[in-house]
Ligand binder design. Structure first.
Ligand code: ADP
Length: 662
């Protein structure tokens, strides 16, 4: 049985590393994900920007194309007007055609060299007024420039009507002599230009604005609201004059899908992290539980190893499934030799195989005594030892009866000590009997003297009769018979003494209590006579009791002698020793009462203590021996005051012999 060691530091380090790895992995995965998303985002921005630039360039080209094609048409008209006879008709015809095909143009004017309107299409707005209204404005400056240089020119933006920004394309009309005979003016409201020339899909994605260097806004077109995140500015030439085309892009609606994807990825990563956290928690709890289990196991193993009581478990078939170190030490067998063993067990004494097997069967049948039983076991070296075995059911964690658990105590030493104590007690009893006998020796000698003296006198009488020669056989016979009786009386006294002092093993056998009492009286009578003590007894007829006769005699004799000694100072008439026997529920109760001095309360507790005496020559072992004898017979011995004593003091000693021994 080796105790489980707790995890070594290197194992703990390895487990910590193993636990840290998934965390590291998740952190790296998250970093990779974030980098990927950032890269994607950057790519997207770059792609958006590239698309924006491409679209802006396309728009600029498209506007340029329109403006250039309008410019070419007007220039052609100006050229044609220089050579054609009917200028007005040509102007009207071509201007009308142009207005029809180019919705971004709102008006085409024909001015003479003095900037007077010759004709205008549409002519709904009085052109003079309009032109006057130009005044020193951008249009008039542009016109002057065209007149001076003789080249087509765009005006700077200016505001007209309901504050709408316009630009003008001014094309000179050369006369035959290369003079400038007038100009053709094409009026572009910038809003209209954007409205007609910027396609719808462009405005779904971008906001298009025409601004100047000072960020002055002239026109804009979009279908989107809010702030854009990217913008691209390109010179708007033609018309030039510092005008810029500013395009702002807006994130497409698809972004929301992308965003949801990103959110989903982040959420999933968080979920993974969270579940990893839970797993880590779970693992921590588990490792804590394992640690607790390990220390619990180590503690149990240590407890098991330090037990001095042998433990042995058998399954329901009687096969040994477990032995503890104490049991192995007790029997001398190793666990390997014992576990798996079936009857006959290696530790059963061969001479007691049958008894051991019977006991084994009793245990398996669940009939082993609750207060344990004794068995003789054999060590591996052949030495026998006494074992006290307690058997109990082995119940597993589910409450199922799986076998039998025995605790085994080596009681050899205890038995030896008990045996020694018993022998000592016996020796003491014997010594006590010898002492009693010694104390009674003079009385007995005196008692023996009487039959011997009688025999001697009968003998002398017989001899005298024979010497006289007159005596017949019939005269001598009665004397001889009386001699025989006296010799028997003397022999009885000697046999009693012999019986009383003989050393024998305690042995319980059926005996008549009446006879025992009678024998005791035979012993005690001479002393009673000497002490002038009357003895009364009342013995009902009863069945023989199972007892050691000699021991009972010793008890009775001791109690009677104590009673007589207690009555030393009692008035002569009151010296009465009474012996009674009662049959009670407890069994037989034998009482010895006297009218003696009684027992003082202060010594009552010490009465049965060995070597306690109040007598100058007493040994103080009598009552202690009496109690152990009665307890050996499973009875009780106690003392109480004699309440009926005529002297007012006295003691009654009671002892019982249980019914089952009767
Ligand atoms: P011992 O007779 O040698 O003193 P016991 O053990 O027989 O030893 O008695 C112990 C003591 O108990 C006696 O010394 C005596 O004081 C007291 N005792 C015993 N029997 C009686 C009795 N019948 N009446 C009064 N005292 C008694």
């Amino acid at each position: 049985m080796t105790a489980t060691q707790s995890a070594s530091p290197s194992t703990t380090r390895r487990i910590r590393w193993l636990l840290a790895l998934p965390k590291l992995g998740i952190v790296l995965l998250l970093a990779a994900l974030v980098s990927l998303l950032w890269l994607l985002h950057r790519n997207e921005i770059e792609e958006d920007r590239a698309a924006l630039i491409k679209d802006v360039l396309w728009l600029e080209q498209s506007l340029q194309f329109h403006l250039n094609s309008n410019e070419e048409q007007i220039q052609q008209l100006a050229l044609d007007m220089a050579s054609l006879p009917d200028r007005r008709k040509a102007f009207r015809l071509r201007a009308e055609h142009m207005l029809k095909n180019s919705p971004e143009v709102t008006q085409i004017l024909w001015l003479d060299s003095e900037r007077k309107v010759v004709d205008a299409l549409p002519s709904s707005v009085p052109p003079e007024q309009e032109i006057e209204a130009f005044g020193p404005s951008a249009a008039s400056r542009a016109h002057d420039l065209v007149m001076q240089l003789g080249k087509t020119h765009y005006s700077e933006p200016f505001f007209l009507g309901s504050n709408r920004a316009h630009i003008e394309l001014i094309v000179p009309i050369h006369s035959d002599d290369q003079h400038i005979a007038g100009t053709l003016v094409v009026l572009y409201p910038l809003e209209t230009l954007l409205a007609n020339q910027v396609p719808w899909w462009f405005t779904e994605k971008y906001k298009v604005e025409i601004v100047d260097d000072n960020d002055q806004l002239y026109a804009s077109k979009t279908r989107i609201e809010g702030n854009g995140d990217q913008r691209y500015v390109i010179p708007f030439d033609p018309p030039g004059s510092g005008l810029l085309l500013r395009v702002t892009s807006y994130r497409s609606a698809d972004n929301s899908v992308q965003r949801s994807l990103v959110a989903a990825i982040i959420l999933l990563a968080a979920g993974v992290f969270w579940s990893l956290w839970l797993v880590r928690d779970l693992m921590k709890k588990r490792s804590r539980a394992e640690e607790a289990l390990r220390s619990e196991h180590a503690f149990r193993a240590a407890m098991e190893d330090s037990l001095t009581v042998g433990m042995r478990a058998r399954d329901l078939n009687g096969c040994v499934i477990y032995v503890n170190p104490a049991f192995c030490k007790m029997t001398g067998f190793s666990p390997e030799e014992l576990v798996g063993a079936t009857p006959p067990m290696p530790y059963w004494a061969p001479e007691q195989l049958e008894e051991s097997y019977a006991m084994h069967q009793t245990v398996l049948a669940g009939e082993a005594p609750d207060d344990g039983f004794e068995m003789t076991f054999m060590r591996k070296n052949g030495e026998r030892f006494h074992a006290l075995v307690y058997e109990a059911k082995l119940i597993d964690g589910n409450g199922k009866h799986t076998g039998w658990m025995a605790s085994v105590l080596d009681i050899t030493e205890r038995k030896r000590a008990e045996e020694l104590a018993r022998q000592q007690q016996e020796q003491l009893q014997f010594t006590s009997r010898l002492v009693t006998m010694g104390e009674m020796a003079s009385t007995l000698a005196h008692e023996l003297n009487q039959p011997l003296a009688a025999i001697a006198s009968y003998n002398t009488g017989c001899l005298n009769l024979m010497a006289s020669g007159q005596a017949g056989v019939d005269d001598i016979r009665p004397a001889l018979e009386k001699m025989g009786v006296q010799a028997q009386r003397a022999g009885k006294i000697i046999r009693r003494v012999h019986d009383f002092v003989r050393k024998s093993e305690p042995k319980r056998a059926p005996c008549q209590l009446g006879e025992v009492i009678e024998d005791c009286l035979g012993f005690i009578e001479p002393e009673a006579r000497k002490r002038h003590v009357r003895i009364e007894f009342d013995i009902p007829p009863m069945r023989p009791v199972l007892a050691d006769r000699l021991m009972l005699e010793q008890v009775l004799l001791n109690l009677m002698r104590n009673g007589m000694e207690a009555m030393t100072n009692t008035p002569a008439g009151a010296k009465l020793l009474r012996l009674g026997v009662q049959v009670t529920t407890e069994g037989l109760r034998i009482s010895v009462s006297d009218n003696g001095c009684g027992i003082a309360p202060e010594i009552r507790d010490k009465l049965f203590t060995a070597f306690f005496t109040t007598k100058p020559e007493g040994m103080g072992v009598g009552l202690s021996i009496c109690r152990s004898i009665i307890e050996f017979h499973r009875g009780r011995l106690w003392a109480e005051d004699n309440a009926h004593s005529p002297t007012g003091s006295g003691t009654i000693f009671h002892f019982t012999l249980p019914l089952d021994t009767a």
